[in-house]
Design a protein around this ligand. Sequence first.
Ligand code: DGL
Length: 270
Amino acid sequence: MSDPRPIGVFDSGVGGLTVLADIRDRLPYEHTIYFGDTARVPYGPRDLAEVRYFAFEIVRYLVDQDVKLVVIACNTAAAAALKALQRSFDVPIVGVVEPGARAAVQETRNRRVGVLATEGTVRSGAYRQAVHNLDAGVEIYEQAAPDFVPLIERGVTGGPELEEITRRYCDPLMEKGVDAVILGCTHYPLISATINRTLGPGVRLISSAGQTSLEAARTLSRRGYLRRPENQEDYGRARYVCSADPEEFAALGGRFLDEEIEAVAPAAVA
Ligand code: DGL
């Protein structure tokens, strides 16, 4: 049995490509379709109900493309909408919050965990809840980092401006003595070098991409949804769709993925 339907992955912009890259490494024979809602990025400062509305539109679009699994590669959308989406759609849906929380609980030694995330994700309390579901004794310190996503979407991933902002967000977490920090936004792995340097060698950075792709792989395997390649070279195709300028998305996304992104299609979801 082979299931050739694609895996649908979405984010507000290019950040979710960090999760897509991990999915494609782990599941190289799967076809994927990535949706970046670049017309409405950033999601972080928006009302959670509005983000939930966007997430429903996008999942409906992906289901119309006949996806076999949806990965919400956006913490803000997962925090706002994962449960409501799972109740409303038949297709299996995986988010990034629980996998990131699980990795943090496994990694921390002093059980003091920091979270860097968008305002929406912090407001939702999703990480606090997810971590406490696994270990109620872990102390959680959440820091909203609203300036990161606009910078990253402009292509800034280093330099003095980013360093100054990073210090401002990391200082309060370091004062609390955390030994693990969750990158609670899928854009942040793109600036992990700066965050890592600022936090120092004693703090582990947790990105949810690895755990999320593992969960995606397990879900497909348990349901018998994996695609069997015809030969070893029969790799999955990656398609990209975005809601704003496809060329801009291709240029920025290609830089982040470190490979050429071809054929980005425009999609109107609203
Ligand atoms: N990358 C998304 C997240 O993980 C959204 C960032 C944004 O649009 O503000 O939260």
